[in-house]
Write a protein that binds this ligand. Sequence first.
Ligand SMILES: NC(=O)c1ccc[n+]([C@@H]2O[C@H](COP(=O)([O-])OP(=O)(O)OC[C@H]3O[C@@H](n4cnc5c(N)ncnc54)[C@H](O)[C@@H]3O)[C@@H](O)[C@H]2O)c1
Ligand SMILES: O=C(O)C(=O)C[C@@H](O)[C@H](O)[C@H](O)COP(=O)(O)O
Ligand SMILES: [Zn+2]
Length: 371
Amino acid sequence: MGCESLKLERLKLGLGERSYSIWIGGGILSDLSQALEEVKFPRKVAVVANPRVQALYGGALADALCACDREYHYITIADGEHYKNWSTLQTIYDALIALDFDRHCGLIALGGGVTGDISGFAAATFLRGIPYIQVPTTLLAQVDSSVGGKTAINHPRGKNLIGAFYQPRHVHIDVHTLQSLDAREFAAGMAEVIKYGVIRDRSFFDWLHNHRKDLRKRKDQALVEAVKRACQIKANIVEIDEKESALRAILNFGHTFGHAVESLSEYRVYRHGEAVAIGMVVAARISCQLGLCSADDIDTIRDLLRAFDLPVDPPDYPLDAWLDAMKHDKKVQRGVLRLVLNKGVGDCLVREIADPAPLFADALKELKPSR
Ligand SMILES: NC(=O)c1ccc[n+]([C@@H]2O[C@H](COP(=O)([O-])OP(=O)(O)OC[C@H]3O[C@@H](n4cnc5c(N)ncnc54)[C@H](O)[C@@H]3O)[C@@H](O)[C@H]2O)c1
Ligand SMILES: O=C(O)C(=O)C[C@@H](O)[C@H](O)[C@H](O)COP(=O)(O)O
Ligand SMILES: [Zn+2]
């Protein structure tokens, strides 16, 4: 693991008056003032974080907020995917009301994707919308959830079923925060990074393969490059289709099955990224069955996931349970499941699947760990 000095990278996500910058650097957590001034962020701020992240980075962020003359308050939420729910959202609303927040106050989400998604949804709905900033501290949040404005909470029957599209004013990514992540969380983030290569960019996929050792060692330069390329791919897609009327659905590769893995296991067993890793292998298998990729392509994808110690084998639930869980996927149209399928490695498409049962039965049989 290393902390070399790094150039600040600035990306732009262009959405007219809702455009914002994504800054990526090392050690930039303590230097938020320029970004806050650029977006005229409110003077009264609430930072949402869980106890672990608050203990690690709350002090540095508090110093940064003091340095730019912000009145700040911390709102502490419980740690874990199974707390991405109504009750935690209510905790945030209660705190904002107790702090006399008005529309000229702002939220900062400091943490992983759970904190980012729930804080973003609180910001979207409190007083019908207050400004917020994403300060992601997991790899998954830095490459995916902090960018693009999908905010949500889970429902026991399905992932992210209650939410809103609501863009942040700024995304502030400090890759040095990734040094304190445990190995499992780091790997979970790599699943979403690999996703971008599979759906959109073969050269990025190959770069990930060639730099897997540096990435596993969390070398700063490799991390910045991976985060930057991932955010750029996502930003390009969101700029074209902010609200997922078409193209954006490809960012859901591996998620139809992955979300079913999460909800069937009650959000307590698999990290989101782990579930997506399994879901991508299932999607690749179905792509192969439909003639869109070769068996070698499945192996290529699975091998890179395994190189980061990600799970690739679907857990053992009955076929009916899988099919029922996938009914709640947001890509379903008029009751028909739509899957994102890879064309080789580096390209993909979305296809309606009128009769998913035989395809999934076959994929699950083929992917049984004993083969
Ligand atoms: N909105 C989107 O576009 C989008 C995209 C992808 C995923 N998501 C959502 O993101 C969530 C998953 O996010 P996640 O993987 O970041 O999980 P998470 O937010 O639960 O964070 C994982 C763990 O890492 C800890 N942590 C955070 N930063 C740390 C750090 N720097 N050092 C040490 N520990 C740290 C957290 O306390 C937590 O225990 C899911 O709910 C998923 O649905 C949303
Ligand atoms: O940004 C998107 O669009 C994505 O689909 C990114 C996914 O990685 C992410 O997990 C997202 O939250 C899933 O969206 P959902 O609409 O299926 O809940
Ligand atoms: Zn995801």
